[in-house]
Design a protein around this ligand. Structure first.
Ligand code: SAH
Length: 250
């Protein structure tokens, strides 16, 4: 997959995606990243790309000509790419979005700064995506979050091919709890079953814990699901266990 990031801070994006899974994805050529700086398209000696807002008010606004010239250059390099603008006004980024984007061959991500960009760039954007209902000072962290989330879904990037399949949100459920050595630590042992080698029961326990974690922490996600009889029974059992633990504690 080829990704171009249009940013006033190319080093930040380059460096931020030079570690961990994105680095592996780049080394394996599953992800080819390039950065483009709108300053290279500014037509003034100071390479300024922002100016004061018409109508007054605080802050600066990214100007349409250098931003659109960068988008057009990126589009010439990646003709199949959709242009995604990172924006708090966009549709929220979800695992479903990442899965969709992991299947496209080319992407262009636009990062804003200051108060954002001149509204006249909007016809050159295909979709706006937000990291959440809060305001960052720039789109770079949002673009890096999106690329990181996509990189780990690209074929052959993660060590184990099923690693990404059991994560939170993949089935609209949160992930189950994980444990590793030591088996007993500060008087707390890992659940006995996990040491049993009984893979069928371990799988069932993990599913039940995932259902339970979702019920406890994100009931809104469960509300969206229609549970089959098996899942319904596992969750009912989890809830009963929780209630008896609470009774013992009370
Ligand atoms: N005035 C704008 C915010 C500008 S913040 C507004 O209120 O809508 C500057 C830049 O940071 C934005 O152009 C965008 O690229 C980025 N940004 C800020 N918050 C973001 C978020 N939640 N998700 C994605 N990008 C964000």
């Amino acid at each position: 997959m080829q990704v171009e990031v249009i940013t006033l801070f190319p080093d930040m994006v380059e460096q931020g995606l030079s570690a961990g899974v994105p680095r592996i994805a780049r080394e394996k050529r599953a992800l080819q990243l390039s950065v483009r700086n709108p300053r290279d398209y500014a037509d003034n000696p100071h390479r300024a790309v922002d100016d004061r807002p018409f109508g007054g008010g605080p802050g600066m606004v990214m100007q349409a000509p250098p931003v659109v010239a960068s988008i057009e250059a990126a589009r010439a390099a990646l003709p199949q790419a959709r242009v995604i603008a990172m924006s708090p006004q966009g549709t929220p980024l979800t695992q479903a979005w990442l899965q969709h984007l992991a299947d496209v061959p080319e992407l262009i991500l636009l990062c804003g700064r200051y108060e954002g960009w001149d509204e006249r760039i909007m016809p050159y954007i295909d979709v706006e995506i937000s990291l959440g209902d809060f305001v960052l000072s720039g789109g770079e962290l949002a673009a890096m979050a999106l690329i990181d989330g996509v990189a780990r879904l690209l074929p052959d990037v993660l060590g184990h091919k099923d690693s990404a399949k059991e994560d939170s949100f993949v089935e609209d459920l949160l992930d189950c709890p994980h444990y590793t050595r030591p088996a007993s630590w500060r008087g707390v042992s890992v659940p006995e079953l996990l040491l049993s080698g009984d893979h069928a029961r371990i799988r069932q326990w993990r599913l039940q814990q995932a259902l339970g974690a979702t019920w406890l922490k994100r009931p809104d996600l469960l509300g969206r699901l229609t549970l089959c009889d098996e899942w319904e029974a596992l969750l009912a059992d989890f809830i009963e266990q929780q209630q008896s633990v609470r009774k013992v504690q009370a």
